[in-house]
Ligand binder design. Structure first.
Ligand code: B12
Length: 207
């Protein structure tokens, strides 16, 4: 299990998948592999990123390695009835095509055991609201990289209010041009400067 953690942290995708397969062949419980190796490894990666010791490329390769391991486990976890810890709808604001940061947030949330409904980029408020109705997530995560598209985040919050859904879902926002002040101004529940902050907030909602 320690070896597996090291493989994820250093972004070794092939080795990660191989080690997961070996552990399963050796009789290890798939849930244990997920909760005691893959998720803690991704948590460590998030911490290193927050501390400035890891950068975007290291995060991306680690998340990709983790995803390979999770893909091996998924069918086994479904069979044994292990449920996702919660659902989160994520997307980049309307008019905005930047998705590198958003994708890192998705990976961190998936790494923490959440089922993520990723709506992609250039997502209109109507689409976020429709997804909230359909999937009933614990939270919606909005990302924006352009100052011009930040305003459309407020539209999402207003439309959720209009539809009577605001009480049932938390809204977290992030992206380089945002800050806490802006999040407060538009009435978001949480502003996260990085994926780890977002993941920790999401965890706090289901714990
Ligand atoms: C890569 C890039 C692009 C790529 C995007 C590729 C892609 N698939 O995303 C391309 C080339 C397509 C592009 C296009 C444009 N871009 Co551009 N782009 C960038 C660049 C260089 C990096 C952005 C990035 O990915 N950063 C890395 C990620 C990891 O950081 P991040 O997104 O902030 O995410 C982090 C946190 O904010 C947080 N986070 C993000 N979202 C969320 C959400 C939640 C819920 C949480 C908790 C956390 C969180 O987690 C992440 C990791 O820590 C920036 C400049 C820069 N150096 O920042 C310009 C920049 C963002 N772009 C800019 C512009 C102007 C454009 C264009 C309009 C250019 C043009 N004239 O066509 C177009 C816009 C197209 C559109 N409609 O969106 C400007 C924006 C200026 C402004 N004030 O709005 C910037 C700042 C460049 C500049 N200095 O002028 N761009």
């Amino acid at each position: 299990m320690d070896q597996l953690k090291e493989y994820v942290k250093s972004g070794k995708a092939k080795e990660t998948t191989g080690r997961v397969q070996e552990l399963i062949a050796g009789g290890m419980d798939p849930e244990k592999i997920l909760k005691e190796a893959l998720i803690p490894a991704m948590d460590e990666v998030g911490d290193l990123f927050q501390k400035g010791e890891y950068f975007v490329p290291e995060m991306l390769v680690a998340a990709r390695a983790m995803k390979g391991g999770v893909d091996v486990l998924k069918p086994l976890l479904v069979e044994s009835g292990v449920e996702a810890v919660g659902k989160i709808v994520v997307g980049t604001a309307k008019g905005d095509l930047h998705d590198i940061g958003k994708n890192l947030v998705v990976m961190a949330l998936e790494g923490a055991g959440f089922e993520v409904v990723d709506l992609g980029v250039d997502v209109a408020a109507e689409k976020f609201v429709a997804a909230v109705k359909e999937h009933k997530p614990v939270a919606v995560g909005l990302s924006a990289l352009l100052t011009t598209t930040m305003a459309s985040m407020q539209e999402v919050i207003e439309m959720l209010e209009k539809e009577g859904l605001r009480g049932s879902v938390k809204v977290m926002v992030g992206g380089a041009p945002l800050d806490q002040e802006f999040a407060d101004e538009i009435g978001a529940d949480f502003y996260g400067a990085d994926p780890t902050a977002g993941k920790n907030y999401a965890r706090s909602l289901v714990e």
